[in-house]
Design a protein around this ligand. Sequence first.
Ligand code: MG
Ligand code: MG
Length: 244
Amino acid sequence: MKENALMVSKTLAEVGRNIEPGITTKELDAIAEKFIRSLGAEPGFLGYEGFPYSLCMSVNDTVVHGFPSNYKLKEGDIVSVDCGTRYRGFYGDSAYTFPVGKISEEDSRLLEATKTSLYRGIGQAVPGARTGDIGYAVQSYVESLGFSVVRELVGHGIGRNMHESPEVPNYGRRGHGVKLQEGMVICIEPMVNAGRRDVYLADNGWGVHTTDGKKSAHFELTIAIRQNAPEVLSTFEFIENNRN
Ligand code: MG
Ligand code: MG
């Protein structure tokens, strides 16, 4: 699980190094697939329930599950890159929302809030806590800043399958939901909208978009539940310190 988490983390950094105005999301998908295979792994998303690409590329008002396309990223866009790997029978899954060139202050606030809400959620991921404690931590932080949390999609357990129980919603009530136990591995992945929380499904059956057309951000890390403190298996360190 740890090896998968690190491979996904490094792939996201490789994609991030190539994000600039003018590149298409399909070109970035090809870069990711090549990189994942160079590590000896397979793209975890490719063919998963029929998904036709290695990455989910969700630009601006796309919340998650966007198809890579011939769309050329432009200055001021934000793009959520969600990546999976499969290696030695296990899965990795993490996501990061990148700014393209210079973005507005409002969009920077959205990215910061979403990432911080993820860490708030991780802080609750200890044995005996419940998934509702994670959801509450994410939701209360996000809503205190005037943003909203998408409820139609949730985090999840991960292991020999990409999506395992329990579901890990980004909203909830303290003390409710599934009890976390030592040894569980979960993905926490807040999807945060700048405007209203409502979303709709695109005609291709995959892309999830904000109904009001405002932007949405998405960050995801993989966490092992340990006795004393959460062990965060994937990392944004390669992205943010620009190393590999
Ligand atoms: Mg993901
Ligand atoms: Mg996930």
